[in-house]
Write a protein that binds this ligand. Structure first.
Ligand code: SF4
Length: 276
């Protein structure tokens, strides 16, 4: 934890607008220290709400710029390389924002996804840090449950997501104050309540979802019109792309998440990365 001289924050919105605050994590609370003032402010739900109000009219690019200022050096973007994530990478690169980017390689991704990592790095000349599962946990799981255990039960599927995604994510988020995702409300029934800025109690961090209110159409139109590199599977009926054995193409009219863990009920379709 950093040393700091706490300051009084008379007007959080003003300080956020001016980018004159810095922030610290203390005992699980995000503490804002403002150059204007002399008292600590603990950033809890009330302050998250206020930040959401302040940024209510901000577009995704503005939200990212503000987040980069607020959480300077302690913020990362978790990219799963979907359409949405590619837009966020594009904004980070275009504005040269000090936000690191990482992705999770579960070991079961599509070849097209690896190809996209390469093309994205080449186009934007940036680094995408890749996190892998712990091989010991993985070997134990596969030896005890089989290589395709996820089809056998929800419990098995969650175990696989836990080892291949949740644990590496936890490592990637260590020592951060905030993380960025490409989540949108429209994507799933489990996401309709989400806001642009949230307190992520599971990871003890602020979570920033700059595209939360974008529609699927807006996302796709933007990617194509800006020439942003995207996963070729999107052109083959895959609106949402995860691991190869757990993702299928959808038919016209089907829900956009219908191709993910299609053997499960909609309310069960989260991998544990974005529980609220
Ligand atoms: Fe395992 Fe499927 Fe989850 Fe990927 S999406 S981690 S293969 S259960």
């Amino acid at each position: 934890m950093k040393n700091y001289f706490p300051a009084k924050l008379n007007n959080l919105s003003q300080c956020i607008e001016e980018g004159s605050n810095t922030n610290y994590l203390f005992g699980g609370l995000l503490i804002f220290a403002c150059t204007h003032s002399t008292e600590i402010i603990n950033m809890k739900q009330e302050d998250i709400n206020q930040l959401n109000q302040t940024l209510a009219k901000a577009n995704a690019e503005e939200i990212l710029k503000k987040a980069a200022t607020l959480f300077h050096g302690k913020i990362s973007f978790a990219s799963s390389l979907g359409f949405e994530d590619q837009i966020i990478t594009h904004f980070i690169a275009k504005n040269n924002l000090p936000i690191s980017i990482f992705t999770l390689d579960t070991g079961r991704l599509f070849p097209e996804t690896y190809d996209l990592i390469d093309r994205t790095v080449a186009k934007y000349k940036l680094n995408i840090e890749v996190y892998f599962p712990d091989y010991r946990q993985l070997e134990k799981m596969v030896s005890e449950k089989g290589i395709n255990l996820f089809y056998d039960s929800i419990e098995n599927r969650k175990m696989c997501c836990g080892i291949r995604k949740t644990e590496p994510l936890k490592r990637a988020l260590q020592n951060l104050d905030a993380w960025i995702t490409g989540l949108r409300k429209e994507q799933a029934v489990t996401r309709t309540h989400m806001k642009a800025i949230e307190w992520d109690a599971m990871h003890d961090l602020v979570k920033i979802n700059p595209l939360i209110n974008w529609t699927a159409e807006e996302v796709e139109t933007f990617v194509r019109s800006e020439g942003i590199p995207y996963n070729k599977l999107h052109d083959k009926g895959f609106p949402s792309i995860g691991c190869q054995p757990c993702t299928r193409a959808i038919q016209p009219g089907e829900d956009i998440r219908a191709g993910r863990w299609w053997w499960e009920q909609p309310e069960q379709k989260e991998c544990g990365l974005h529980k609220s």
